[in-house]
Design a protein around this ligand. Structure first.
Ligand SMILES: [Zn+2]
Length: 44
């Protein structure tokens, strides 16, 4: 499901999990994948 949210209202950076490919927004220096709890994360 794709929803367009005005980017000015969105906080946090977008990250991608290298282990499972999950993309998510996270805040902080060491985000953790919400899907598999991996910390093997890349900035998207
Ligand atoms: Zn993951």
């Amino acid at each position: 499901m794709d929803i367009d949210i005005p980017s000015e209202r969105v906080k946090g950076e977008e990250y991608r999990c290298k282990d499972c490919g999950e993309r998510f927004r996270g805040v902080g220096k060491n985000p953790i994948c919400p899907s598999c709890q991996s910390d093997n994360i890349a900035e998207a």
